[in-house]
Design a protein around this ligand. Structure first.
Ligand code: AP5
Length: 185
């Protein structure tokens, strides 16, 4: 059973590394960004509610994420095999919600993997990727939102002795290697 949270700025490689590790361990990779982008692509009612926030690089309101996360972590594959959470939690209110939810579901998080990458490298990676929210202005906004709302989670999880930091400013295979050493796979 593996239960991990991936934390880090936009472009740190959370999605890339979470997918590799989830495939290796055969556990669900739960990316809130992917779930929300799918909702937008399928024009669901959730998609309609979240699109403008995503386009602006703002966080989607917490209450839209809570039911989604509760539902996903209660599904059989997540209950039986574990999970990697990528992109959730994103602020202290989401982290507190998750802490309570895990208690309720009788689950616990093994580690929080914090991928550290300098801002100038992040900006370059996101420019090159060119996703809809990778324009210059939106990248700047996403980095600002990360600094003000998500960075406090570093202390939140450090205080709970869950935080493990990995240097994400290395070639992808090197990052994967450090990650595998850390989680023992
Ligand atoms: P989300 O999809 O979570 O975006 P993000 O956190 O900004 O993360 P990214 O996908 O940009 O980066 P990543 O760290 O996953 O890096 P990746 O592996 O892709 O969220 C998007 C939006 O959804 C948010 O702005 C918000 O509106 C909303 N949202 C999502 N979750 C939410 C929540 N919980 N609450 C509220 N709102 C929420 O890599 C990036 C690029 O770098 C790729 O091209 C990759 O190939 C490359 N790369 C990766 N690793 C390396 C490496 N080691 N060397 C060189 N290149 C690399």
């Amino acid at each position: 059973m593996t239960r991990l949270i991936f934390l880090g700025p936009p472009g740190a490689g959370k999605g890339t590394q979470a997918k590799i590790l989830a495939d290796l361990r055969n556990i669900p990779h739960i990316s809130t960004g992917d779930i929300l982008r799918n909702a937008v692509a399928f024009h669901s009612s959730l998609g309609e509610k979240v699109q403008s926030y995503m386009d602006e690089g703002e966080l989607v309101p917490d209450e839209l994420l809570f039911d989604l996360i509760r539902h996903r972590l209660s599904q059989t594959d997540a209950v039986e095999r574990g999970w990697i959470l990528d992109g959730f939690p994103r602020n202290v209110s989401q982290a507190s919600f998750l802490e309570n939810l895990l208690q309720e579901l009788n689950q616990s998080c093994d580690r929080v993997i914090y991928l550290e990458v300098p801002d100038e490298v992040l900006t370059e990676r996101l420019h090159e990727r060119g996703r809809k929210d990778d324009s210059q202005a939106t990248i700047r906004k996403r980095l600002e939102v990360y600094r003000t709302q998500t960075v406090p989670l570093v202390d939140f999880y450090r205080e709970r002795s869950l935080l493990k930091t990995i240097n994400g400013d290395l070639p992808m295979q090197e990052v994967t290697k450090s990650l595998r050493q850390l989680v023992g796979s």
